[in-house]
Design a protein around this ligand. Structure first.
Ligand SMILES: [Zn+2]
Length: 236
């Protein structure tokens, strides 16, 4: 086999490696992972917002609850004093009675408000739970996509390793300067560095080479003839 024919085999390995790297970069699981991660990012502000509202209402409810307890205690104190027998003046007793009534009314008012807040809190807890469930679903999707991606990557990487070893083995015996030229051309022209000349057609770009040049190519030094159009080293 001539050096140029060996070079064609090297190129087959290089093209196979190109396809494997393209496959590696475009694994479906990679898109799934990106989609799940984007969904998580998109859900985060809504989740944070509903949690913040829930926390605020919970704080208000707690404050109100403390206030109710304090008012209840003051009412109970006034009530005890009222019936303790320690106060005997009618005016004072009436004032105490009025106090107790006011405090009880205040307590009921606060308790009504507290009840409203507890209902609002319940609704918000349900909203938080729904938002958390939606985020958890995306997190699960991201995790399983990450696992699928790792497995698919490992598989393609194994194939790349095998192909790379085969490529290295296929270069044995090819003059390094020819390999260098091939690699330089391949890097510049869409992955094709060497192409067979079939009839008057370059198999790299499928264009015809003028008949006058064909003759020179066939008689010239192997490896020096290049396609005018795609630049590939031509293999007569
Ligand atoms: Zn060409």
């Amino acid at each position: 086999m001539t050096d140029l024919e060996l070079l064609l085999i090297v190129q087959e390995h290089d093209l196979a490696l190109d396809r494997l790297r393209h496959r590696h970069a475009n694994l479906p699981a990679r898109a799934d992972l990106a989609a799940a991660e984007a969904a998580l990012v998109a859900l985060a502000p809504g989740l944070a917002e509903v949690r913040a509202r829930r926390d605020e209402v919970a704080r208000d409810a707690k404050r109100l609850d403390d206030e109710v307890a304090a008012v209840r205690e003051r009412a109970a104190d006034a009530d005890r004093t009222l019936y303790s027998g320690s106060v005997t003046a009618v005016k004072e007793l009436q004032a105490l009675q009025t106090d107790v009534e006011h405090l009880r009314a205040r307590q009921r008012e606060l308790e009504d408000r507290e009840l409203e807040l507890m209902e609002a809190l319940e609704d918000l807890e349900a909203e938080v739970a729904a938002a958390e469930a939606a985020s958890a679903l995306e997190a699960d999707r991201a995790a399983s996509a990450a696992r699928a991606l790792a497995a698919a990557e490992a598989e393609v990487e194994g194939e790349i390793e095998t192909e790379t070893a085969a490529r290295t083995a296929s270069t044995v015996g090819i003059p390094p300067s020819l390999l260098d030229t091939y690699e330089r051309i391949r890097a510049m022209s869409n992955g094709v560095g060497v192409a067979r000349l079939v009839g008057d057609t370059c198999q790299g770009c499928r264009l015809s080479i003028p008949a006058t040049e064909i003759d020179a190519i066939r008689r010239g030094v192997a490896g020096e003839a290049r396609c005018d159009n795609c630049g590939a080293i031509l293999v007569p």
